[in-house]
Design a protein around this ligand. Structure first.
Ligand code: GRF
Length: 218
């Protein structure tokens, strides 16, 4: 990618977080190792103070900002601020990584096909409102599923319903607890999210009529 001054332009991503940020860490590590090539995290946006994801930003010298919807008169004002910050940072891709706030339609429309999310189940199963954290794994166990996994998908205006890009599966064992299953799934998340971001950066992910096409997955 070459800009007008002919200088090299890195791929810029934003990561949206609300919690521990272990997926953020996996992305940081994959950029540092070169697995995700020529990419910078331009900004991390946290929906709240005091989360461990922010400590990770400090440690790795990554710009971060807290944009808490509770501090805005309404969701529209919050969305306006989110769009402003994302535009200021000129991002090529927005990665939701444990971000617990539903994106307003204005945000989705401002960045068409540029927002992705990771979810700890094999969507479309076990997605939607209330399906976050251990609730997901508890629901999987209650349903007697024999396998679970994680999904990376484009974000749309609902929870967890956008076009699926890639998934990874894990087995579910009889003695699993939600905690044990969540660890098994999280291990896969940490591989899947960097893999998808890498493919997008390399221009290998296309979306046509809400269908995802992965070109030459190598
Ligand atoms: C992950 O399980 C992710 O799939 C879900 O929220 C969790 C975030 O974990 N959306 P972390 O903050 O990346 O550790």
């Amino acid at each position: 990618m070459v800009d007008e001054s002919n200088s090299y332009k890195k791929f810029k991503i934003a990561v949206l977080v609300s919690g521990s940020g272990s997926n953020l860490q996996a992305i940081i590590d994959s950029i540092q190792s070169g697995y995700i090539p020529e990419t910078d995290i331009s900004i991390v946006i946290s929906s709240k103070e005091g989360v461990f994801a922010i400590e990770r930003c400090k440690k790795h010298n990554i710009n971060y900002v807290i944009i808490n919807p509770k501090e805005f008169p309404d969701r529209k004002q919050w969305a306006k601020k989110m769009i402003e910050v994302l535009k200021e940072n000129d991002v090529d891709l927005i990665c939701m990584a444990g971000f617990l706030i539903k994106l307003e339609p204005e945000i989705i429309q401002a960045f068409p096909n540029k927002i992705i999310n990771i979810h700890p189940s094999l969507l479309p199963k076990f997605g939607g409102k209330g399906m976050y954290g251990l609730n997901v794994h508890k629901a999987v166990l209650d349903a007697g599923e024999k396998e679970s996994g994680c999904s990376v998908h484009f974000a749309d205006e609902e929870f967890d319903t956008g076009p699926i890009i890639m998934q990874r599966k894990v087995p579910v064992f009889e003695n699993d607890t939600p905690e044990i299953l969540s660890h098994r799934v999280l291990e896969q998340e940490h591989q899947l999210y960097p893999e998808v971001i890498r493919l997008i950066k390399l221009g290998k992910v296309e979306i046509i009529d809400k269908k995802v096409i992965i070109k030459d997955n190598s």
